[in-house]
Ligand binder design. Structure first.
Ligand code: T4K
Length: 393
């Protein structure tokens, strides 16, 4: 039986979006053996320290505090920054961004996106600012940076905090500076599906020593020393085995990057000239991780919709994903809590209808890419022929 559209089981032999990069297995196994010998599995261990140093060096940032996952990382960051009331955030993001706010009892005020960059449109922010607004939370979607300068100016004018969800943006730069250095802090995801992964995990990057200190307390129940709890805290710690995976991924980072770049180029070539199918660009002068192969489908030109194309790909066992359909503003609890926001984002709605993510990463070969491109080309040709036929008859 063919998998259904909503099916998210592990499907044998499928080409998946988000197949993990494994890193250097020998490095990983050696680190895990040492970890077993040391019998130190979590709570600020040696490997977490080592990972933090590597992260800071790689990003050129003072702190990049490892935590258990990006969602909890966002929650801790919001809490540490003492945000209150409303936070302006795009709805074109993984639902974790909005959930982290709502979990912290902050109201996500959704702002529309720029249809070219897919990121928060700074021109739309000021109209949403009220005396309840405390912050702007930008998301560097697909690793392409938000317009951090414009956002910083707006924040300064209105005395707001800026922070970024950098879940997609590890290894990416903006204006020649690594992402991790913008806003008060930036939160990466090191989930298994990401360019750089620690199975589950995250790093909260900041150049603010006081904020870093607070985040360190908060991720460890507020402990300062053995019996001394000085702050509200949670359990946001990264275990040692996850840090070992991060170190193993560092050992292979250049190889992973090369494969992603190779696959991206193969998609660009394989899909060139297919009517209505565009692969999004990355800026040549910036560092990028090439982790996302994102198609924009112009249904008028392609003569088939994004969803029709996805059906075709799924029938071929190619598990393309329509991230971030239908947008947070149309998901629960937001649609019930804030019904007035549901119809306020026309550009987000349009984007959610035309974007499709394709498989890449080290599990995907150039032959796989060629097959995927062939399926897409044939689907568009077939749609064009059959629809011309329907019009003629
Ligand atoms: N902000 C943004 C902008 C984000 O994109 C994310 C996470 C977050 C915040 C939160 O960060 P974390 O708390 O996750 O650190 C997946 C990931 O689970 C999620 O981390 C990611 N964004 C999101 C974009 O994608 P789902 O619900 O689509 O996951 P799922 O289970 O459908 O898997 C995705 C694909 O990966 C499938 O095709 C299967 C494949 N896969 C997955 C895993 C875990 C594998 O082949 N092997 C695996 O081990 O969310």
């Amino acid at each position: 039986m063919l998998p259904t559209l909503s099916d998210r089981r592990e499907i044998p032999n499928a080409l998946h979006v988000g197949r993990p990069n494994v890193g250097d297995r020998e490095v990983f196994n050696a680190l895990v053996d040492e970890m077993f010998d040391r019998r130190w599995f979590t709570n600020n261990g040696k490997l977490v320290h080592e990972l933090e140093s590597r992260l800071c060096e790689f990003l050129g940032v003072r702190h990049c505090i490892p935590v258990c996952n990006g969602t909890v990382g966002l929650q801790i960051a919001c809490h540490a920054l003492e945000l209150t009331g409303d936070v302006i955030v795009p709805a074109f993001t993984f639902v974790a961004t909005a959930h982290a706010l709502e979990w912290e009892r902050l109201k996500p005020v959704f702002v529309d996106v720029d249809p070219i960059t897919h990121n928060i449109d700074p021109g739309k922010i000021e109209a949403l600012i009220t005396d309840r607004t405390s912050a702007i939370l930008g998301v560097h979607v697909w690793g392409r940076s938000c317009d951090t300068n414009a956002i910083a100016h707006i924040a300064q004018r209105h005395n707001l905090v800026t922070m970024y969800d950098a879940a997609h943006a590890f290894g990416c730069s903006h204006d020649g500076k690594m992402i991790g250095n913008f806003g008060r802090c930036e939160v990466f995801s090191f989930h298994a599906t990401k360019f750089f992964n620690t199975f589950e995990g995250s790093g909260i990057a900041t150049n603010d020593d006081a904020l870093a200190e607070k985040i360190r307390l908060m991720k460890n129940f507020g402990f300062s020393g053995m019996d001394n709890v000085v702050h509200l805290g949670t359990n946001g710690k990264m275990p040692e085995i996850c840090a070992a995976m991060g170190l193993a991924c560092f050992a292979k980072l250049d190889d992973i990057l090369d494969v992603n770049r190779r696959n991206y180029d193969a998609y660009r070539t394989g899909l060139s000239g297919v009517p209505g199918i565009k692969v999004i660009n990355y800026e040549a002068q910036e560092a990028t991780n090439w982790q996302y192969i994102v198609l924009e489908i112009d249904a008028g030109q392609a003569r088939l919709t994004r969803d029709e194309l996805m059906e075709v790909l799924h029938a071929e066992n190619i598990r393309a994903r329509r991230y971030f359909y239908p947008g947070c503003h149309r998901m629960e609890p937001y649609v019930s809590l804030y019904p007035d926001q549901k119809d306020s984002l026309p550009l987000t709605d349009a984007l959610c209808q035309r974007v499709l993510c394709l498989p890449t990463g080290t599990a995907i070969s150039v032959e796989d890419v060629a097959r995927i491109c062939h399926v897409i080309r044939r689907a568009v040709e077939f749609a064009s022929r059959s629809r011309q036929h329907i019009i003629k008859t």
